[in-house]
Design a protein around this ligand. Sequence first.
Ligand code: ADP
Length: 366
Amino acid sequence: MPLTRDAIEAALRTVEDPDLHKDLVTLGMVKKIEPDGDRVDLVVELTTPACPMKDRIRGDIEAAVKAKAAELGAVEPEVVVEFTADVRRPNEKIRDQGSPLPNVRQIIAVGAGKGGVGKSTVSTLLAVGLARLGAKVGLLDADIYGPSVPTMLGLTDLATAAEGNMLVPFEVHGVKTMTIGKLVDPDKPLIWRGPMAHGAFKQLATQTDWGELDYLVIDLPPGTGDVALTMAQLLPLTGAVVVCTPQRVAQDDARRAVRMFSQLGIELLGVVENMSFFVGDDGKEYDLFGRGGAEVMAQTMGVPFLGSIPITSSLREHCDAGTPLANWEGENSMGEQIDDLCRSVASRISIASMQGRYVQPTLSVS
Ligand code: ADP
């Protein structure tokens, strides 16, 4: 006797999503159960195409369905699991509160305590990496004082376009992007008073025709200034990522960035350690800045640690050349490490949204 649909569903009620700690049926992730003789076809919808737990979930499903068959004395079926993905909104409140970006599902800010630690590099890698893993991604270069995206994504020779009063984002390397760097003279200093910074951010964020996005990654200016405040008041953020290098002085600044986000009521998705160690051309690893320092800082602040990226000359070269996809090419590429980082950020985003921890930030100045 083969397993019935109900018996299979009962088996799936015992399988938990390892991140979300609820069973797949309760989470609404089981989209199809099709028993056919000694074969069972299942479609399971994940909360992100960058899910790091796919293999584990597949294994748990197979084990649960086979255990159910044994329990009922049914034929042990072949279990075929197909995964789809639907990035969900943080929670329904966002739609109700009228987000200025209703077609963007998850908005993530990338910040740093100070400049030069690799915030734009990590923003770029996250955006391009999530897109490679199958998501629809936008990258908003909100570093209005020193935009790096024109160089890092190779936008120099592309013309800026607008339709009506909306900017058309550049579509490169699988992502949509907009930057102040393509709207102003690249050689002029960018000096913004508070209200102008507010206006520039608002325009870039809300007057760009992003279309439907799973993730919008926002590369913030370094430090704890005007743009972060405007962003927090204007957009329903899912959370923020703080980039930090391992040295003590960098950690001190990153702590301030972490506190700024929590003061703004923005969920801290976690800390990324950039320039963790140096990899020479010989493949040997050199511990330049005190590898692991940012991880310890994250632990002491009770914030998740998302992963680390080493210093390599190839990463710097691909940033300068505006060829981010080259980071996934070649024998010793960093592709696997970047994918791991993207998966870990996507997983934190899914957890934050499922827990519905999003609150519209309220700001009190004392
Ligand atoms: P930030 O946005 O924090 O000011 P950037 O991302 O612009 O910093 O990085 C500063 C410089 O350091 C850039 O030239 C970038 O290519 C380089 N860089 C950043 N991270 C790495 C890394 N892990 N390995 C090599 N070069 C890096």
